[in-house]
Design a protein around this ligand. Structure first.
Ligand code: URA
Length: 243
């Protein structure tokens, strides 16, 4: 690529939320920005369609047209695009264009936060088991779990013959627990609670990595801010380094 092609890197970074152009120039000068794996120097131009831009090793979605939504999924809605049984999809709650997909899944009967995007790079990063970001759930249980049951949930229980990774579990009120996991096995929280004898009667996801929003009503959505998108990617990379 010749020097005159593409957009100035600091301009691209500023547009996607890394601060003022001056701040972005500093990021570049500090050697924290790479383009296609090489440390970028001031004056670097990029083709947003083809170049891979990373800040502190976290890929940056620089393509114009990428959208990121945070939806509070209501009960009774599927996270897939097409449902053979014709049930409503989460896609009906957000703008139809550009076409987005949900990052990960929530069960039909589970409520709470879900990210929808058309950014395949971020979706892959978040979906990969090695990059398991924390997910926090509030689970209302049938019965008040004993200290032994809570300990089992924390230490791991067998699901399909495989032990779940240690989880953070706290009793919030009688019969309600906060569970933080970083794996994404099918119906994991429900099956964990069932395994210790306290089936879930209501399940709400309250946090995805650093992303939380207590003001979003079921069925409501909002765009994620650029800084939130960045912090999600960073959380994924951090969790992979810790594992
Ligand atoms: N765990 C579950 O059991 N269900 C979900 O939808 C998410 C996590």
């Amino acid at each position: 690529m010749s020097d005159s092609e593409g957009e100035r890197l600091q301009k691209v970074l500023a547009r996607v939320g890394y601060g003022s152009r001056r701040t972005c120039e500093e990021l570049i000068a500090q050697g924290r920005v790479t383009v296609n794996g090489e440390v970028a120097v001031l004056g670097r131009r990029v083709e947003v369609e083809t170049d891979l831009v990373e800040v502190d090793r976290a890929p940056v979605g620089v393509l114009p047209g990428l959208v990121y939504y945070l939806l509070n999924k209501p009960i009774g809605v599927v996270t897939t695009a097409d449902d053979p049984q014709g049930r409503a999809s989460v896609l009906e709650f957000v703008p139809a264009t550009p076409r987005v997909f949900s990052v990960g899944r929530l069960d039909l009967q589970t409520e709470g936060l879900l990210v929808l995007t058309n950014d395949g790079t971020l979706a892959q990063l978040l979906a990969h088991p090695r990059f398991g970001v924390e997910k926090e759930y509030l689970a209302e249980l049938r019965g008040v779990p004993s200290p032994g049951a809570l300990r089992c949930l924390r230490e791991g229980v067998l699901i399909d013959g495989e032990r779940t990774a240690p989880a953070r579990v706290a009793a919030v009120s009688p019969g309600v627990v906060r569970i933080v996991i970083h794996e994404g096995r099918n119906r994991q929280v429900r099956r964990m609670c069932e395994a210790v004898g306290y089936p879930v009667v209501r399940l709400v996801r309250t946090r995805i990595g650093p992303i939380t929003d207590r003001s979003l009503r079921p069925g409501a959505w909002r765009p994620l801010e650029a800084a939130e998108v960045r912090s999600l990617a960073e959380a994924a990379l951090r969790s992979s380094a810790e594992r």
